[in-house]
Design a protein around this ligand. Sequence first.
Ligand code: FES
Length: 340
Amino acid sequence: MSSPASENRSEATNGATVGERPDDMGSPGTSTPGADAVATVAGDGTTPVRHEQERLRRAEAMFAEPPLHYLTPLHASEEPYPADVLEQLRADAAQVIARYPHKRSALLPLLHLVQSVDGYVTGRGVHLCAELLDLTTAEVSGVATFYTQYKRHPNGEFNVGVCTNTLCAIMGGDQIFDELSEHLGIGHDETTEDGRITLERLECNAACDFAPVVMVNWEFFDNQTPESSKELVDRLRAGEQVAPTRGPSHVRSFKHVSRVLAGFPDGLADEGVGAGPASVEGTRLAREKGWTAPGADGGAKQGTDPSASGAGEDLEPGRHDSTNVPNEPDELPQTKEDGQ
Ligand code: FES
């Protein structure tokens, strides 16, 4: 059975052979060992059938290492937005652009807006952003291809990112990725045939205290194992509502989250806890021991004793505040004058 990858490569190859690059593929000035062999065996390499065979062979060779991701549609820009969708997109984009003194600054949220409609950054989305922001399509594409949160081919409903950065990797992140990849039958940046899951390796999610971490549409699933991760994706594929370890009551779709990232809040930003016990372990320990951060004179600094200032009282577990505590360095360099 052919893999999704090979099927899509085949589609891309056929599409390009028929309509995209006939001159390049059939150019008599292009010499390859395969082309020579065909001409020698045939004796009349100009017959239509042999010419077509050679064009196909060259097309396959060209797309063996495609310049684009194999899922990237070759004709992404040809289908225009339906009128009602385009009208809504323009209205939403106008709101976003109005937030910035220079409209080109709205490019990042507008790319998320495109993803909230198309599921990835389509060619037509690139054209729309360029038109609305007075940019070239090359400038828009340059940004869209720089950041990994922007997808240049159809993304799954749930983007499952396994952190394989240093701490998560040594705590089992690589093992989780490998087992998930085998379980789902897809590799990095690939999507299951049902369109539910896109799997990818992620860099550090700033959640190292819960390593190894998996993120689904940028919601945290802490302290994962290969088994818990496989159960997670199975539940997502089965259509169950799945709750992250921290954050909202359940994970929303890629398109839903993309709209939030575009700047249209869904009201769930404060749902659930933002940090877990491991994140505030230092504060808990400091309170228990009566520790305080040193001040400039080496003594206790005013306002830095959490119990003395009242900071953090009446907070939900896992919440901390920084609004009533001066944001100063925890430690100052020791000097000879300190007698240390
Ligand atoms: S290394 Fe994985 S969250 Fe930091």
